[in-house]
Design a protein around this ligand. Structure first.
Ligand SMILES: Cc1cc2nc3c(=O)[nH]c(=O)nc-3n(C[C@H](O)[C@H](O)[C@H](O)COP(=O)(O)OP(=O)(O)OC[C@H]3O[C@@H](n4cnc5c(N)ncnc54)[C@H](O)[C@@H]3O)c2cc1C
Ligand code: FES
Length: 280
């Protein structure tokens, strides 16, 4: 894995395209302005970058792109606060800084020749999109692929076209559910637990990748364990407030773990004692 030469320094990128996904979610498609860096930059699915809005601050954002297509780097961003609202105002042709990639991604080697279930909630699908793309590029190396996404409201669903494309791929199942839906929602009404309960798995030969609100991941992991999944067959994409992203400042500490360095992807077995505990 090659990274920008200095992990402390943000490198200049240009916004090649800005895509408005929903009223509060947008994608920035980035390219490094340094041709050498642009050529050498690579990442693993599940890793994140620190995006720096000049003069305002940095935020951790997952890389959504296909890791094989190393020319443009997509970041799907939800407007929540100071930096993300500032990033939302940028246009095509504007510049921002990028440090990264950081962290440990999804266990895609371990999942080869196995079934894979990907369970996401809310914008949680962003960190696993590059993992799904990775599997799609090497479809024969993986067995059954189940993609589940739950949203509070059907209007929150992003990447709708991608789900429609993925479900056309052989041996791939897509299940989408919304707690509440607008008229014409073609998928299920309900929660992620309902979808897990309704499916049969070969638990011994399946690895699960979970991403989204922590409570949703906790509930989904417990549901999978009821279906005989081993705790170390369940991986969670964790999120914490990040500052340094390199294990120095302690902002992202989760017990003895640094989410930026040991994660953000971690096995349920490593997280379960503190998951859902207030203050962690
Ligand atoms: C590994 C990782 C990957 C991420 N990937 C994405 C992504 O792909 N797309 C995306 O939109 N966001 C992602 N995030 C979350 C993103 O980093 C935060 O939303 C962002 O830092 C908020 O910054 P802000 O200045 O806009 O908001 P602030 O003004 O800092 O905060 C606004 C509100 O959001 C809360 N908040 C801030 N950061 C986080 C966080 N990390 N988790 C939960 N609540 C937080 C604050 O407590 C506050 O209530 C990721 C976070 C991590 C750690
Ligand atoms: S963000 Fe500083 S230690 Fe993880």
């Amino acid at each position: 894995m090659s990274v920008p030469n200095d992990r402390y320094l943000p490198y200049e990128t240009e916004i090649v395209e800005r895509i408005q996904e929903t009223p509060t979610i947008f994608t920035l498609r980035l390219r490094f302005t340094d041709p050498q860096l642009q050529k050498n930059y690579s990442f693993q699915p599940g890793q994140f970058n620190m995006l720096y809005l000049y003069g305002v601050g940095e935020v951790a954002i997952s890389i959504v792109s296909d890791p094989e297509n190393n020319t443009l780097y997509d970041h799907a961003i939800r407007m929540v606060g100071r930096v993300t609202k500032g990033l939302a105002k940028l246009k095509q042709g504007d510049y921002l800084g990028v440090r990264g990639p950081f962290g440990r991604g999804w266990p895609l080697q371990k999942t080869q020749q196995k079934d894979v279930i990907i369970i996401t909630g809310g914008l949680g699908c962003a960190p696993v999109v590059s993992a799904i793309n990775y599997i799609m590029q090497r479809r024969a190396q993986y067995n059954r692929l189940i993609i589940m996404q739950s949203v509070k409201h059907s209007d929150d669903l992003i990447f709708r076209k991608r789900y429609e494309q993925w479900q056309q791929v052989p041996n791939t199942e897509v299940y989408l559910a919304a707690d509440k839906a607008s008229k014409g929602w073609p998928w299920q009404l309900g929660r992620v637990t309902d979808m897990i309960q309704a499916l049969q798995f070969d638990a011994e030969n399946t690895l699960a990748m979970l991403c989204g609100p922590e409570i949703m991941m906790q509930v989904a992991a417990q549901e999978l364990i009821k279906k005989q999944f081993a705790e170390d067959h369940i991986y969670l994409g964790m999120e914490r407030n990040m500052e340094c992203a390199i294990g120095h400042c302690g902002h992202c500490q989760f017990g003895g773990l640094f989410i930026c360095k040991n994660g953000p992807v971690l096995a349920y077995s490593a997280l379960k004692e503190l998951l859902g505990t207030a203050g962690f």
